[in-house]
Ligand binder design. Structure first.
Ligand code: PNS
Length: 160
């Protein structure tokens, strides 16, 4: 039995097909996967944490080993509390690398027993980000193929 527990942390404002692709890949490798939404008072999100969690729960319903949760404070403290051995992050282009490397090394310094695992989404999602999705939605552009249908509906309602 695969007893590994990984945390996939992020803002998920909102969850995109790129995130979902990574969740699917992570769920195949790790025994359990927690998708953890950061409650961040500094950011001005489009969706509230509750809305983001609701959308994530809906789109991950078919994955029995995936849980959606919220965390505050340091990721390593949350990982310790949950007993996770792995932090999963998606990496798309080289431009992601510098930020991800800094975060990974800092997290490792704070908690050396944690492994940080990077996975690449499918090629078709390399250009996709929640930021781009929010922008397209705000200007009424097409979102098909970028986000799950439920997220598209919520985005349209949010910006209308
Ligand atoms: O989707 P994002 O916004 O790129 O996710 C960033 C996230 C939530 C993974 C990162 O900001 C985070 O872990 N924040 C929690 C605070 C923390 O632990 N900071 C130290 C990491 S260097």
């Amino acid at each position: 039995m695969n007893t590994s527990l990984a945390i996939y942390p992020g803002s998920f404002d909102p969850v995109t097909n790129g995130h979902l692709d990574l969740i699917e890949r992570g769920a195949k490798i790790f025994g359990r996967l927690i998708v953890a939404v950061l409650r961040n008072a500094d950011k001005q999100p489009l969706f509230t944490v509750d809305e983001r969690v609701e959308m994530l729960r809906e789109v991950t319903r078919s994955f029995p080993t995936v849980e959606v949760d919220v965390f505050e404070g340091l990721l390593v403290d949350y990982a310790r509390r949950r007993g996770a051995q792995v932090i999963l992050r998606g990496i798309r282009a080289i431009s992601d690398y510098e930020y991800e490397l800094q975060m990974a090394l800092m997290n490792r310094k704070l908690e050396p027993s944690l492994e940080i695992v990077f996975m690449m989404p499918a090629e078709s999602y390399i250009y996709l980000s929640a930021h781009v999705v929010r922008e397209i939605a705000q200007f009424g552009g097409p979102l098909t193929g970028l986000v799950p249908p439920v997220v598209e509906r919520r985005l349209r309602a949010k910006v209308s």
